[in-house]
Write a protein that binds this ligand. Structure first.
Ligand code: PGA
Length: 244
C-alpha cells in the first residue's frame, strides 16, 4: 500500500473561492507524485465540484474522502448523507468517529460501529479515528473481524470487506494543539493497534512538514491524517513531498 496522506479540512474553508484556490494550489504542488496517495476530505458540499476540478485536464491523481456519513443507505433521515451517495460520487474513503464528532455530536460506539459497517458494506474505506485503544473495545465490528480472521466468513456480511478498514491514531492532546505525540510513543500505540486489528494505521495530531516523515519512516505508520496543516497549501505540499 502507498502511504496515505489524508487532508481533513474539517469545517473549512467557508467560501467557494477559497476552496478553489486551496485545491488548485495543492493540485499544482503535488502533480507528478505517484508513490503517495493524497486524499482530500472537504466538507460534503464541496465534494462534487472538487472531483470535477481534480479530473479537469486529465489529472486524476487525488482520491476523495468525506468526514462522516450516515449508516442507512436512503430514506427519511433528514440532514444525513449515505455511503451509497458518496460511493456514487466517486468518493473512496470515509472518516468515521473523529474525536470532534464524538465530543460535539455525541457520537457513541454504537453509532460508530453502525457507520463502519455501512461504509464497508458500500465497499468504501472507513478511516476509523481513535485516540486510545479503549475506543476499539466496544465496537461491534471487532468481533466480526475476529471471526473473519478465524475463517468464519459466511456468518457475517461485512467481514470479507474488513480489509478495507484503516485506523487513524489521533491522541487528543495532539489534535489541533501544535503538540504532536512523539514518534516513539506513537509507534508503541501503532503496534498495540496492530495486535488488535491487523489493518493499516495512520497517525494524526499536529502533523506538519517538519515531523511528517518521522511518523512514516521512524514509527512505520502507513500514512498521516492532517488537519490544520492541510489548509495551508504550501505546508501540505511539503508534507506530501517529504513522504514521497
Ligand atoms: P490537526 O488535526 O492536524 O490540526 O492536529 C488532525 C485531525 O483532527 O485529524
Amino acid at each position: 500500500m502507498k502511504p496515505l496522506i489524508v487532508a481533513n479540512w474539517k469545517c473549512n474553508p467557508i467560501t467557494f473561492k477559497e476552496v478553489k484556490f486551496l485545491f488548485n494550489s495543492i493540485k499544482k504542488g503535488v502533480r507528478g507524485i505517484k508513490n503517495v496517495e493524497v486524499v482530500i476530505c472537504p466538507p460534503f458540499i464541496y465534494l462534487p465540484i472538487l472531483r470535477a476540478f481534480a479530473f479537469a485536464k486529465g489529472y486524476g491523481g487525488f482520491a476523495f474522502g468525506s468526514q462522516d456519513c450516515f449508516w442507512e443507505e436512503r430514506g427519511a433521515f433528514t440532514g444525513e448523507v449515505s455511503p451509497l451517495m458518496l460511493k456514487n460520487l466517486g468518493v473512496k474513503y470515509v472518516i468515521i468517529g473523529h474525536s470532534e464528532r464524538r465530543k460535539y455530536l455525541k457520537e457513541t460506539d454504537e453509532m460508530i460501529s453502525k457507520k463502519i459497517q455501512a461504509v464497508l458494506r458500500a465497499n468504501l474505506k472507513p478511516i476509523l479515528c481513535i485516540s486510545d485503544i479503549s475506543e476499539i473495545k466496544n465496537l461491534k465490528f471487532k468481533a466480526e473481524f475476529r471471526n473473519s480472521e478465524m475463517g468464519r466468513k459466511k456468518k457475517i456480511g461485512t467481514s470479507s470487506r474488513i480489509k478495507n478498514l484503516i485506523v487513524a491514531y489521533e491522541p487528543l492532546f495532539a489534535i489541533g494543539t501544535g503538540k504532536p505525540c512523539s514518534p516513539e510513543r506513537a509507534k508503541k500505540m501503532r503496534l498495540t493497534i496492530k495486535k488488535k486489528l491487523n489493518v493499516p494505521v495512520l497517525y494524526g495530531g499536529s502533523v506538519n512538514s517538519q515531523n511528517a516523515k518521522d511518523y512514516v519512516e521512524k514509527a512505520s505508520f502507513q500514512g498521516l491524517l492532517v488537519g490544520g496543516a492541510s489548509l495551508k497549501a504550501k505546508e501540505f505540499i511539503k508534507i506530501v513531498r517529504n513522504i514521497s
